[in-house]
Design a protein. Structure first.
Lengths: 90, 211
């Protein structure tokens, strides 16, 4: 439960702040967001690179990831095709 | 944009490897941990901010009718189901597998979140699953449109509001533009909630079994 609160709090705080400021503030947050993403991906890479067990498991991780991505796509497409007929989306 | 992200990942892996090799890992590891946690919370806050500031997103949703929301919710269920089946076949941690595919293609968020919640190996997995999903969506789009007008949108998941939107509109036609955007927007909003909810559920269930 701690994780849930810790991760959802900044997201909800952001949404509420954005919603409150939407008519007064016209900032473009995309550049700042991109800089944050680079810092974040660098630290993810660091945590992978500094762990020898993880480094040696990367080839297996890549194959598993490919398989999981294909399954996620196949199930998403198949379900949407099924549901589309039921609710008659044009 | 992709090349900068991959560069940051490679530089990070190299830096981590070198500090580990040279024995500086404990000291610098602490600083990078702080950067990791800090930037993840900052990203979640900023994504929330851009969702809250986006007036057009809600307008677009109203324009097409709320019925279109059936697509992103179906995609969410399909993706998580894909993770469950994948985890069963590969004999991996089922909750981690479902959380990994609940990134819906948003690898810059799912990778770091998975890393924080399930450790570095699942961080790599979360990044790779969703990165590959985005690549496959772009590569298969011409083939997907033959399956159905909404198939590329289902394949793209959260990425259909920005990165894969041009490719989808080019092959599915401009009449799916609003549907693609609305679906991607909704799934981007759902992704962080789903990842952390699946992880929390897994932990709760684990502690119940241990009792």
């Amino acid at each position: 439960m701690v994780d849930f609160a810790v991760f959802v709090a900044p997201l909800v705080a952001g949404i509420l702040t954005g919603y409150a400021l939407r008519n007064r503030w016209h900032a473009n947050v995309s550049r700042a967001t991109f800089a944050t993403i680079l810092a974040l991906i660098f630290s993810l890479g660091f945590s992978i690179g500094s762990n020898n067990d993880v480094l040696s498991s990367l080839p297996r991780v890549a194959w598993n990831a490919f398989f999981m991505a294909v399954l996620a796509i196949v199930f998403s497409v198949a379900l949407v095709e099924l549901v589309k007929r039921r609710v008659k989306l044009t | 944009m992709i090349k900068y992200i991959l560069a940051a990942l490679i530089v990070g892996v190299a830096a981590g490897y070198m500090t580990d090799y040279s024995g500086y890992a404990p000291a610098s590891g602490w600083a990078v941990d702080l950067l990791f946690t800090g930037s993840l919370f900052l990203l979640l806050f900023m994504m929330g901010l851009s969702f809250g500031l986006d007036k057009e997103a809600i307008l677009k949703l109203k324009q097409t009718g709320l019925r279109i929301l059936i697509i992103p919710f179906t995609v969410a269920i399909g993706s998580i189901l894909g993770g469950l089946v994948g985890g069963l076949i590969l004999r991996l941690d089922l909750f981690a597998s479902m959380a990994a595919t609940a990134g819906f293609g948003w690898y810059t968020l799912a990778g770091p979140m998975m890393g924080q919640l399930f450790g570095a190996e699942w961080g790599a997995m979360g990044f790779a699953v969703n990165f590959i999903r985005e690549l496959l969506t772009i590569v298969t789009v011409t083939w997907m449109v033959k399956v159905g007008k909404y198939a590329p949108i289902a394949s793209g998941g959260a990425t259909t509001m920005d990165t894969t939107l041009p490719a989808i509109v080019r092959y599915s036609g401009s009449d799916v533009l609003v549907a693609a955007f609305s679906s991607g927007f909704t799934l981007s909003l759902l992704a962080p909630f789903c990842i952390v909810a699946i992880s929390t559920l897994g932990r709760l269930l684990f502690s119940v079994i241990c009792l």
